[in-house]
Design a protein. Structure first.
Length: 656
């Protein structure tokens, strides 16, 4: 008998879709978007619409594994859960006794966006253990720091209000690939006469549909924002009532002619963009995290986020900006994660994992516990990460659904459940709904939720604190008990009944917010690894932005995804100069490494820029590496994030 159950997409995407799951004899047979959800609106992205292929893939991990061969070879044998947990605990106890508990490092990110499986019992376990803490910077930290510098809170324009905009700028935001549920609201705005402008160094899917596409040099967004401000101030188009003297002085240093040299965008287009943005009311900016993956990325986000304040758009429906809505979810994180269980510990930045595993001492990292992430594929400076993971004296545990690039280096691999198989509560960073999901299907084999895995480890470690016995429902009640007016009236019982509950938010979430207009730190110089930078040993700027049918490395095992992430896009001028034909195998290289890809020649990038869609599973590549072997682990100006999109390379025909 068929049944329909509610779930929520747990993947790292702003949309956090409400899903209806068709169940037939205990098996999920169809996923569709919930038509009653105001943002999901009855459809799913192509990736999640096909998620059941992943859910029931024959290579799905179902049992604990122990390594039997050299690290990196992926040779394992099945063991029992008791054997696996005992081996993990024996090693952690021994390493903590010999080197101190800070020799143990957790490594996780947003493989699930659920509060419970993403950051509850695991945090309690590592805090009680006294392990090193992880600065989770790999995706959004630089942009978050920039926005916080400007406003002190992370809120933004609700997606539904984009339908009321008259002028929409997608800045570093490939909406059709990474935020598709915003698109219907933009379509409605355009039906009413709105103009869509895209700012992106690549001709993305959304750029191909825009009214106007500007292609700046990678990492030059801060200069462009200052150039727009120059025109706003010069022509009296600003409306901010407070003190802007500092910002005026800084913007005066960036006239359109200078900004044209820094960005590659003609001066007259900078003038036009500034005037149209300021006078076509209301105007909204969808700013995505691509902007902040450069050396000046955090400050670029800060500068761009000041534009709606300068023009008074936060006070108008259909105006403003959305980077994230995550700051609205005022959960009781202290109760959920319990940092009080252990003493303060050192913090290591996940974006420099290679250095953490090869250079850090006092104490050295002797154990690595990886879950909700695949650093062997997604971390920058891949060769150094690989060197660290290869250490025979590094005890590594990986929790995952599949044997990933990282799992190949593990000593113990544990099978984890998917979002269709466990209870969780979900925030969103693209809308303001809190959502509850219960298990829709049983997990395969012996797969377990992260919550239960870390609970079992805590018990074996002898941690008797009552919080390790908390059920999932008890933890949900604890995190909802924050005292925030945004959560008032939202209970587990209400979530159980309604599935998705909107936060108590004002119609204009950012209206009247104080703004820091001090521009002392907003000065722009080109990133060191760029065409205008100080380090220029290679001639081409590499952008490794998201692949349309991937979500980080989540879908990397599929053959179609592997093919889509095995290409390098080149402009015809750059290809001709190197004798490269479309479809030809090429080698992309710099002083950090090299990777083989297939040339895709066309005008999807400007001359001097190449693009390799991310993230390919390195274990499926012919040379065992993906594009992250080329990326430095240099950090952003603020926020400690990675500079994925400031990377210089050269390209040659294979065998040349």
């Amino acid at each position: 008998m068929k049944d329909v159950r509610h779930s929520t997409c747990a993947l790292d995407c702003p949309d956090a879709c409400s899903i209806l799951v068709t169940i037939d004899q205990g098996r999920a047979t169809h996923l569709r978007g919930n038509p009653n959800h105001s943002v999901t609106q009855g459809f799913l992205c192509g990736k999640v619409a096909r998620y059941l292929d992943r859910q029931y893939h024959p290579d799905r991990l179902q049992y604990p594994l122990r390594r039997t061969g050299p690290k990196g070879q992926g040779q394992f044998t099945r063991i029992s859960w008791d054997e696996a947990l005992d081996e993990i605990v024996t090693n952690l106890k021994a390493l903590a006794a010999q080197y101190g508990p800070e020799s143990i490092l957790p490594y996780s990110y947003a493989g699930t966006m659920g509060y419970l499986q993403g950051g509850s019992m695991d945090r309690r376990f590592f805090h009680r253990l006294g392990a090193s803490r992880l600065d989770r910077t790999i995706c959004a930290s630089a942009g978050a720091a920039g926005f916080m510098e400007a406003y002190g809170i992370r809120l933004g324009t609700p997606p539904q209000q984009f339908a009321e905009s008259k002028y929409i700028i997608a800045w570093g935001a490939n909406i059709l690939t990474t935020n598709v549920h915003l698109w219907p609201f933009i379509v409605e705005a355009r039906r009413r006469g709105a103009k869509l402008v895209v700012i992106d160094p690549v001709v993305t899917k959304v750029a191909s549909l825009a009214d106007w596409h500007l292609m700046p040099y990678p990492g030059s967004d801060l200069a462009l924002a200052l150039g727009l401000m120059h025109v706003l101030f010069r022509d009296g188009l600003d409306r901010y009532p407070g003190d802007t003297a500092s910002l005026r002085r800084r913007a005066a240093e960036f006239p359109p002619e200078r900004v044209a040299e820094l960005t590659g965008i003609p001066a007259d287009q900078i003038e036009t963009l500034a005037r149209e943005y300021a006078t076509t009311r209301p105007a909204a900016i969808r700013l995505n995290y691509g902007v902040q993956r450069s050396e000046r990325g955090g400050k670029a986000v800060r500068a761009i986020s000041l534009l709606p304040a300068l023009c008074g758009y936060w006070d108008e429906r259909g105006g403003g900006l959305q980077l994230t809505t995550s700051g609205a979810f005022d959960i009781n994180r202290e109760a959920l994660e319990r940092p009080d269980l252990g003493p303060p510990a050192r913090t290591l930045n996940m974006s420099v994992l290679g250095k953490a595993l090869t250079e850090v001492n006092d104490p050295p990292v002797k154990a690595l516990i990886v879950y909700n992430s695949n650093p062997g594929a997604i971390a920058p400076n891949q060769a150094l990460v690989r060197q660290g993971l290869s250490r025979e004296d590094l005890f590594t545990v990986v929790l995952d659904h599949f044997q990933t690039d990282t799992a190949d280096y593990a000593d113990i691999v544990l099978p984890a459940t998917t979002f269709l198989e466990h209870t969780d509560l979900y925030m969103a960073y693209g809308h303001y709904d809190l959502q509850l999901a219960r298990p829709a299907v049983e997990p395969p084999g012996e797969a377990r939720p992260n919550v239960e895995i870390f609970r079992a480890l805590a018990q074996r470690m002898g941690f008797t604190d009552p919080c390790f016995a908390d059920s999932s429902d008890e933890m949900i009640r604890q995190l909802l008990n924050s005292g925030s007016p945004r959560l008032q009236g939202i209970t587990l019982e209400r979530l159980e009944q309604e599935h998705a509950v909107p936060l108590n938010m004002p119609d204009l979430p950012m209206a009247g917010r104080p703004v820091d207009m001090d521009a002392a730190t907003l000065d722009y110089t080109p990133p060191r690894e760029s065409r205008l930078g100080r380090e220029h040993p290679f001639p081409l700027e590499l952008v490794s932005s998201k692949n349309h049918d991937s979500l980080n490395s989540t879908f990397g095992l599929h053959a179609a995804t592997d093919a889509q992430t095995a290409v390098l896009q080149l402009h015809p001028e750059d290809a001709a100069a190197r004798g490269i034909s479309d479809g030809e195998e090429v080698e992309v290289f710099n002083h950090r490494g090299k990777v083989r890809l297939k040339a895709k020649v066309g005008a999807t990038v400007r001359p001097g820029v190449v693009r390799a869609p991310s993230v390919r599973w390195a274990r499926q590549a012919p040379d065992g590496f993906n594009v992250n072997v080329l990326i430095s682990d240099r950090l952003t100006d603020i926020g400690g994030g990675p500079c994925f999109y400031n990377c210089l390379v050269e390209v040659r025909r294979c065998g040349a």
